[in-house]
Design a protein around this ligand. Structure first.
Ligand code: AMP
Length: 284
């Protein structure tokens, strides 16, 4: 695996790769890698000649500097996982290499409401920071395909939108959620849960699946209410939101129909740790 600390060197290398007609897949991450991240690398490797992974903890998406400082940094272990996955390139920059001297959001997008609810409600400015860093990283890597996890569904929807607003020629692929054995969506935060809570947290996915199975037969507000009850019946579990939305524009839906794709998104706070998950019902 080739390791690049500076975008100038990376760009030079990728320029020569592209000149040879090779395709490039890109997986941006903030490190603390787990099997979910690696599944994105694997998906990229099946399609592209070369896969670039970036590890960069992006300061502009944190509205709390303590959160930024506390974000886990496990670079050595991350590198071992990327080597084992046979990832070809790692971009591991310092903040200055990505942002230069202006570490702030410079481009504001109109995401038509995609960014205001759900995670956007509890983290103002978060998605503007995410969009900013992905824009900068895409300018550096210029991949053919960008791989994002469905796990962060709202983030995927926003980056997809940015891609069309900027007319970038990159294809955005949404990768399936990689789960633990009990169905809990894999996340670096899971290791902060007690063994008990981590076991019980499978209820989040079970409840999402139950909700999907009821879409055609129950009223949506009843499904949402019952789902919250199922999850919150467990000690130290508190549902922040559980919502049935239009999968394209993330607007609330009230009734099932076969022409629309739906996404059911949830955020549950377990022992003080925020867990995200979702399921999608495609059109039939
Ligand atoms: P992060 O390092 O948390 O910014 O995540 C980097 C990428 O990995 C994002 O596109 C995430 O959506 C994706 N990701 C995180 N967890 C999972 C998972 N359990 N399954 C699939 N993709 C994931």
């Amino acid at each position: 695996m080739k390791l690049f600390l500076h975008q100038s060197d990376l760009k030079k290398y990728l320029h020569s790769v592209k000149k040879q007609g090779h395709s490039i897949g890109f997986v941006p991450t903030m490190g603390a890698l787990h099997a979910g991240h690696i599944s994105l690398i694997q998906q990229s490797k099946t399609t592209n000649d070369l896969t670039v992974c970036s590890i960069f903890v992006n300061p502009t998406q944190f509205n709390d500097s303590t959160d930024l400082a506390k974000y886990p940094r496990t670079t050595e272990a991350d590198i071992s996982m990327l080597l084992a996955a046979e990832c070809e390139v790692l971009y591991l920059p310092q903040t200055k290499d990505v942002y230069g001297d202006v570490v702030k959001v410079q481009t504001q997008f109109d995401f038509e409401g995609l960014d205001t609810g759900l995670e956007g409600s509890s983290r103002p400015g978060h998605f503007a920071g995410v969009a900013q860093v992905v824009k900068l990283l895409l300018e550096i890597v210029q991949p053919d395909i960008l791989y994002l996890g469905q796990k962060d569904y709202q983030q995927w929807a926003i980056i997809n939108k940015m891609n069309s607003l900027l007319n970038l020629s990159v294809q955005v692929v949404r990768c399936p959620i990689y789960r633990e054995e009990n169905g809990l969506a894999m996340s670096s935060r899971n290791s902060r849960l007690s063994v008990e809570a981590r076991g019980t947290a499978g209820i989040i996915y079970t409840t999402l699946q139950w909700a999907i199975s009821k879409l055609a037969e129950m009223k949506f507000d009843t499904i949402e209410m019952e789902a919250r009850k199922k999850i919150d019946a467990n000690a130290d579990f508190k549902t922040d939101y559980f919502k049935i939305l239009n999968a394209e524009n993330l607007k609330p839906m009230v009734k099932y129909n076969e022409q629309n794709a739906f996404v059911i998104v949830t955020a549950v706070v377990v022992e003080g740790i925020r867990l995200l998950d979702n399921v999608v019902k495609e059109t039939t």
